[in-house]
Design a binder for this molecule. Structure first.
Ligand SMILES: [Zn+2]
Length: 274
């Protein structure tokens, strides 16, 4: 699980977040200051040259498994499409202390934000839970607001996980290969709230991407930011097909359950969806 040596350095990690931000913007899932990205890094990275300012902070929740880890997190109100050009202005890095409840926030003199992302609690909780379960030394979490997925979550029948996954995974054969556990669905909860944070952690234990109804999605990867964004793209493309079919009077067949099962069998994928 996670990455092998030689580990990427800070510049490569920042570049990967910038590229992730660009791709989220490219699918119209990061309007205004919507969306946020974080990565959890388990090896030493040099911070002081680019992020020389330091302040002590209290974490929004205990993250005992992240002691000694560095969390690279986008700032509140910053735009994902600006990350690539000016990462230091839009990102803070939290080195978590041994107590798991406090940390040092390292920032650049060019910092353009007051606080870390408003979804900081959900990012932190998912990193802590994943590191505790898998021991990975790298983990990326991306929140975005893709319009077709979010639109479908406003339609009550799509807020059932099995219904949503079966309908969305039927448009392209590779979708079920990339999202074998389907897509998680949470009911509407207030952004940044404790109930959303808790339900999100539970859903991302079994899914690689979860929809927050009437809001957006969160995706994760223990390989790269790019992999997490890929999951958002696969799910959003599927939702766009589903939306097209809805407005076109349901004229398309989609892959049948038998066709999906044949794909799953051929590629040896474990899934509960078909
Ligand atoms: Zn949001």
């Amino acid at each position: 699980m996670g990455l092998q040596e030689p580990f990427p350095g800070l510049d490569e990690l920042l570049a990967s977040m910038g590229e992730g931000g660009r791709r989220v913007a490219a699918i119209d899932a990061g309007e205004g200051a919507a969306g946020n990205i974080s990565i959890c890094v388990g090896w030493p990275i040099e911070l002081r040259r680019r992020f020389p300012e330091a302040e002590e902070i209290r974490l929004p929740l205990a993250a005992p498994h992240l002691a000694g880890h560095a969390l690279v997190v986008t700032g509140s109100g910053r735009r994902l499409r600006d990350l690539r050009a000016e990462p230091a202005a839009n990102i803070g890095i939290v080195r978590i202390h041994d107590d798991g409840t406090t940390g040092t926030l390292h920032t650049s003199p060019r910092r353009l934000f007051e606080r870390l992302t408003s979804e900081w609690n959900s990012h932190l909780a998912v990193h802590d839970d994943t590191v505790a379960r898998t021991g990975t030394n790298f983990h990326a979490v991306v929140h975005a607001q893709p319009p077709h997925l979010t639109y479908l979550s406003h339609v009550p029948e799509y807020r059932d996980e099995q219904t949503l996954s079966r309908r969305l995974l039927r448009w392209e054969p590779e979708t079920i290969l990339n999202l074998p556990a389907g897509i998680g669905v949470l009911p509407f909860m207030v952004p940044g709230s404790q109930p959303l944070m808790e339900a999100n952690v539970a859903s991302l234990r079994t899914h690689r991407i979860v929809i927050w109804a009437k809001h957006g999605v969160m995706a994760r990867s223990d390989i790269s930011v790019t992999r997490a964004v890929d999951r958002i793209e696969y799910a959003e493309t599927a939702a766009r097909y589903e939306y097209m079919d809805l407005v076109n009077g349901r004229r398309a067949e989609g892959l049948t359950l038998d066709e999906m099962r044949a794909v799953v069998e051929t590629f040896g994928v474990k899934t509960t969806i078909v």
